[in-house]
Design a protein around this ligand. Structure first.
Ligand SMILES: Nc1ncnc2c1ncn2[C@@H]1O[C@H](COP(=O)(O)OP(=O)(O)O)[C@@H](O)[C@H]1O
Ligand SMILES: [Mg+2]
Length: 228
C-alpha cells in the first residue's frame, strides 16, 4: 500500500474550457484552467464578478460540462457522461450550496434538508436529519418554512442540505454574498468548523479577500484564466 504523505487529489481538471456561444460572439467564460483539488483542504476561488468563478465550480461539481478539457472527480472521468451518470458521480462526493440558497418554500426546514437524500435514493431517518440540523444550530427550526427564517438561517439550512449526503467536498458559490458582514462571518466560521470536524474538503468562490485568507489555498481567476 502506498503510504500517504502526499495529498490525495479529489478533483483534477486539465485545460478546462467553457465557452458560451451567443448570437455573434463567443464568451470564453473559462479559457484553459488546470486545477487540482486535494481531499480535506479548503480552497478559495477568488475573482471579480464575471471572472468565471461560478462557471468553474459548476464544472468541479459536475453540474455543467466543459466545452473542452479533461476532468476527473474522485478518480472518475466525467467527460461525455449522461445526466444520470453525473448524478452518480455527485452522489456521496459533492455537496453543493447555491448562492441564492434555492430552498423549496413549501417544504419545512427538515424536509428541505432531506430532499437530496430522497432524490438520490439514500436511506435516512428523522434522527439523521435532526443530527445535521443540530450541527448547524437549527434543530429548533425544523418545522419552520424557509420564509420564516433570516438570511443567515436560510444559508445554514442550505449548508445542512449539502452535508446531508455526506459529501467528500462541500462546494459553495459566494456563500456569504447575500448576507450582511456579521452574518456572513458567522456562516463562514460555521463552514470552516463543519468541514474540519467532518474532515471534508471545502471549495468556495468569493471576491472577499478576508475570507480567502482563512482558506488553505487560494486560486485567483481573471477573465477565465488562473492568474495566481
Ligand atoms: N449562460 C451563459 N451564457 C452566456 N454567458 C454566460 C453565461 N453564464 C455566464 N456567462 C458569462 O461568462 C463569464 C463568467 O461568468 P461567471 O462564471 O458567472 O462569473 P462569476 O461567477 O465570476 O461572476 C461572464 O462574462 C458571464 O457573463
Ligand atoms: Mg458567480
Amino acid at each position: 500500500m502506498i503510504q500517504n504523505n502526499e495529498k490525495k487529489v479529489l478533483i483534477k481538471g486539465r485545460n478546462l474550457k467553457r465557452y458560451y456561444y451567443r448570437a455573434a460572439e463567443t464568451v470564453k467564460a473559462l479559457d484553459g484552467i488546470d486545477i487540482d483539488v486535494f481531499a480535506g483542504e479548503s480552497l478559495c476561488i477568488l475573482g471579480a464578478s464575471g471572472s468565471g468563478k461560478t462557471t468553474l465550480i459548476n464544472l468541479l461539481s459536475a453540474l455543467d460540462a466543459p466545452t473542452e478539457g479533461e476532468l476527473f472527480i474522485d478518480g472518475k472521468n466525467v467527460i461525455g457522461l449522461s445526466e444520470n451518470q453525473l448524478v452518480d458521480i455527485r452522489r456521496g462526493v459533492i455537496g453543493y450550496v447555491f448562492q441564492k440558497f434555492h430552498l423549496i418554500p413549501t417544504l419545512s426546514v427538515a424536509e428541505n434538508v432531506a430532499l437530496p437524500l430522497m432524490f438520490l435514493g439514500m436511506p435516512y431517518s428523522d434522527r439523521d436529519i435532526d443530527v445535521i440540523l443540530d450541527s448547524v444550530g437549527l434543530l429548533d427550526r425544523r418545522t419552520h418554512k424557509p420564509s420564516e427564517l433570516s438570511g443567515g438561517q436560510m444559508q445554514r439550512v442550505a449548508v445542512a442540505r449539502a452535508l446531508a449526503v455526506k459529501p467528500k467536498v462541500l462546494i459553495a458559490d459566494e456563500p456569504t454574498g447575500n448576507l450582511d458582514k456579521q452574518t456572513g462571518d458567522d456562516v463562514f466560521a460555521l463552514f470552516l468548523d463543519l468541514v474540519k470536524q467532518q474532515n471534508i474538503g471545502f471549495i468556495l468562490t468569493t471576491h472577499n479577500l478576508e475570507l480567502a485568507e482563512r482558506c488553505d489555498r487560494v486560486i485567483v481567476l481573471e477573465d477565465g484564466k488562473i492568474i495566481s
